[in-house]
Design a protein around this ligand. Structure first.
Ligand SMILES: Nc1nc2c(c(CN[C@H]3C=C[C@H](O)[C@@H]3O)cn2[C@@H]2O[C@H](COP(=O)(O)O)[C@@H](O)[C@H]2O)c(=O)[nH]1
Length: 306
C-alpha cells in the first residue's frame, strides 16, 4: 500500500479544492493520544460470522458490493451486510462461485429485501459475476484460497485482488499522475482482520500497511473535525447535493487528502505519546462517528469504488 500512501501524499501537496489544516490534525491527535476510543468490528451486529472459510466468502462478496448507497435515500451499508448475512444463513451455498455468476438484479434486490432497483444495480450484478468467475478460474471457487495464497500479508492480498479482479482496481489519474486508493480491496483485508480478531483467516503480519478507506463518510467527518478544509465552491456543491464527478480534481482531492490526513493523525499521535496506532483503527472510529451523526453532509459521486 506504499503506492496508496505516496500518491495520496502527492495529491495532498498539489491540492487546491481540499486542504489539510495542521492545527486540525494536532487537535484530533491531542484528544486521541491517551486512548483511542475502541470501536468493535461489527459493533452494529449485522455481519455473518462462523469462524470459518464461509465467512471469508461472505466478506469478499460484501466488499465486492460495498459502494454507493446514497443515491437511494433510505439504503445504507447495513442493508447490504444484513441482507447477505440472512441469505447465507438460509442457504450455505448461496455464495458458491457458480451461483455468483448467475445472479440477476431482481435476485440481488430480494437478498437485500429492497423493493426497488438498487443504485448501480447492473454494475453490482456484473461485479458479482466477475467475482464468481475469477474465484472459480483461479482459486478453486473459494475466497479463503485467495487469502491463504498471500502468506499473512495484507499488502500481497490487496495486490493479488487488484490483479485478478478488475472491479477492485480503485485508481484514477490526477493532473496526469496515476493515484491509487484501493478502498474495497483494503477494506476486505481489514474486515478479515477485524472479524477474525487478527487470527486464522484474519492474521496479517503487516496490517499497519493498510490505509484508511477512502469512502464518502470519512472525508465529511474529517471536515467536521476541522482536519479538512474545502474551498467555498466545493463546500457549496456538497451542501447543495450537486454530484461531484468521479475522477474530477475535487473528487480525487477529497479521497486522497483523507488518506493523507489519517496518516498525519497517526504520526502525530506517535510523536505525542509514542503509541503506534493503526490507520484501520482510526478509520473505524471516524466512520462509526460519521454514521451516527445525522447532520453529516457528504459528497456525492457515482462510483463502483466506494
Ligand atoms: N471508511 C470506511 N467506510 C466504510 C466502512 C464501512 C463498514 N465497515 C464495517 C467494518 C466493521 C464495522 O462494523 C463496519 O460495519 C462501510 N463504509 C462505506 O461507508 C459508505 C456507506 O455509508 P452509508 O451510505 O451511510 O451506509 C460507503 O462508501 C461504504 O463503502 C468502514 O469501516 N470504513
Amino acid at each position: 500500500m506504499d503506492g496508496v500512501r505516496a500518491t495520496s501524499a502527492w495529491v495532498a501537496s498539489q491540492s487546491s479544492h481540499v486542504t489539510i489544516d495542521p492545527a486540525g490534525i494536532e487537535k484530533v491527535a491531542e484528544t486521541m493520544k491517551d486512548s483511542i476510543p475502541k470501536v468493535e468490528w461489527d459493533f452494529e451486529g449485522i455481519h455473518y460470522f462462523d469462524n470459518g472459510p464461509l465467512t471469508v466468502q461472505y466478506l469478499f462478496v460484501l466488499d465486492a458490493l460495498n459502494f454507493c448507497f446514497w443515491p437511494d435515500e433510505e439504503l445504507t451499508y447495513d442493508h447490504l451486510a444484513a441482507g447477505l448475512k440472512e441469505t447465507l444463513q438460509n442457504n450455505k451455498s448461496a455464495f458458491d462461485a457458480d451461483r455468483l455468476q448467475k445472479y440477476t438484479g431482481p435476485e440481488l434486490r430480494k437478498m437485500l429485501k429492497w423493493p426497488r432497483p438498487l443504485p448501480l444495480e447492473d454494475e453490482r450484478v456484473r461485479l458479482l459475476h466477475e467475482v464468481g468467475l475469477e474465484l472459480e478460474r483461479s482459486f478453486e471457487g473459494k475466497a479463503s484460497k485467495l487469502v491463504e495464497s498471500c502468506q499473512k500479508s495484507a499488502a500481497k492480498l490487496v495486490a493479488l485482488i487488484s490483479q485478478h479482479f478488475p472491479g477492485f482496481r480503485d485508481h484514477t489519474v490526477y493532473r496526469g499522475h496515476q493515484v491509487f486508493l484501493y478502498k474495497r480491496a483494503q477494506i476486505f483485508a481489514a474486515d478479515l482482520w477485524g472479524s477474525f480478531k487478527g487470527q486464522q483467516h484474519g492474521e496479517f503480519n503487516d496490517i499497519e500497511s493498510v490505509t484508511m478507506f477512502a469512502d464518502y463518510i470519512v472525508p465529511a467527518v474529517l471536515q467536521q473535525l476541522g482536519v479538512l478544509k474545502f474551498s467555498t465552491a466545493l463546500s457549496d456543491a456538497i451542501m447543495a447535493n450537486v454530484e461531484i464527478h468521479s475522477a474530477s480534481e475535487e473528487e480525487v482531492e477529497l479521497r486522497a487528502c483523507s488518506v493523507h490526513a489519517v496518516e498525519e493523525i497517526r504520526e502525530s499521535i506517535h510523536r505525542k505519546s509514542g503509541k503506534q496506532v493503526l490507520s484501520v483503527e482510526l478509520d473505524l472510529w471516524l466512520w462509526a462517528f460519521g454514521i451516527q451523526c445525522s447532520s453529516l453532509q457528504h459528497h456525492r459521486t457515482l462510483s463502483i469504488y466506494y
